[in-house]
Design a protein around this ligand. Sequence first.
Ligand code: NAD
Length: 490
Amino acid sequence: MTEHITTVAGVAVDTRHWIGGERVASVRTFTDVSPIDGSTLGEIARGGATEAEAAVAAARTAFPGWAATPRTERARLLRAIADGVDKRLEDLAIVETHDNGALLRSHRRGVMPRVAHNFRFFADWLLRLEHEDFTTRGHTNHVSWDAAGPSVLITPWNAPLMLATWKIAPALAAGNTVVLKPAEWTPLTASLIADIAAEAGLPAGVLNVVQGYGAEAGSALVSHPDVRRISFTGSVPTARRIAGAAAANLVPASFELGGKSPLLVFADADLDLAVDLAVEQYDNAGQVCLAASRVLVEAPVAEEFTRRLVEQTARLRQGDPREEATDIGPNIHPRQLEKIDGFVRRALAAGARALVGGTPHEKLGGLYYRPTLLTGVAQDSEIVQEEVFGPVLTLQTFTDEEEAVHLANDTRFGLAATVATGDRERAARVTARLVAGTVWVNCFFVRDLQAPFGGSRQSGVGREGGTWSFDFYCDIKNTVSAPKGWKGHG
Ligand code: NAD
């Protein structure tokens, strides 16, 4: 063990950056704390302009070799990384749970297998990537996907490795080299994925990880002139800053941002299912960008639906996310808890009523906030319009489809929407009018990686998934060839 290794639940994690195939320390560090109990997880290297410069230089140096690597070899290496994730699944799950406080059972069964799948999916996609040639007056138009260059990926803390690999995998598959800057509240699994990629045989400099704060490491990376793509998942204010940096260098940037998504429950819905869908929104202590935090229910069933929802919400078991029986763990950080509590207090002061919750958890203390359901909220109020990113749902009623659609669309966001109805024609009518990147009908969270994912309005710019990811990370080229014997226009 060196001073640069920290041990989290028995797993050794290097706290340094990973640049050009080497571990690199910084003079300064920052402390990474577990939201479960406030214990210190490690002193992490705090990167800035120097480390950003070194990482982009490493990515630039490695780029020509990686871009020229045959697709089959790139795909083989991506699959080897996926195998490495499978082998270290338990390590990744336990470290991630300590770092971000999300449920260990979800990390084991859902999230980490999905991380491996991200690499396998884009390996397969890469090998199938082709476009049928067009013919124009006998000339062939051939479309190809050329790698674009060093790509900077900036990710948040709510699903750290899942969201990072959702970008790393297509960027690497496309032949780009990568510099990842994970969120400063959850730096650990980014370090482990660097180990896994190195063990899989990924050449030095193809994947780099710079740790540190957004205002230091992050901003130095996104404004670097040698960067060819920027992909960001996080909040709207940060997106604005990054968009400014991207505009200055005229670099394509993709933004996956926040949301204030609605769940529309019509009177003809299966109410048991609708209540389950509502309760699901407390997952990850409400720290899910897609969460349908605004529940809109049709008046005739509002009373019955509310009774059942209150009952089920009150039954959720809150506590240590490492325990199998726990449904809701802690929120991420004291600042986040304060923010959540501030939203709820202001809503209550403005006349809202808490049907469940409404305060931090008195017994558990720490960062545990009680799952909260607020009613009596006005459409133009802060609690209905702004993303809380905590276990807080609002409940409103509507009287007809028209009003339901109006309320659903009446925020500045457009990430997702969920509709619970037993009427397929109504589902078709309503979904066609909803402004959202993803709409679920009688389900939630299910999504194929081939499908586009992203937000409308302030919820994002661009789409990720399948061909949308590849198109973003590549310089797409059209090569037009004359037919044999072509003698020109004359
Ligand atoms: P954030 O914007 O505060 O931080 C995200 C990342 O940006 C972090 O790595 C941070 O260090 C970095 N950063 C901050 N300032 C920067 C700067 N000036 N330049 C470059 N990088 C900078 O967001 P957060 O609080 O970590 O994440 C929560 C937000 O993310 C919520 O709004 C949530 O809805 C959103 N989110 C969206 C999706 C999606 O796919 N749409 C998924 C998860 C989370």
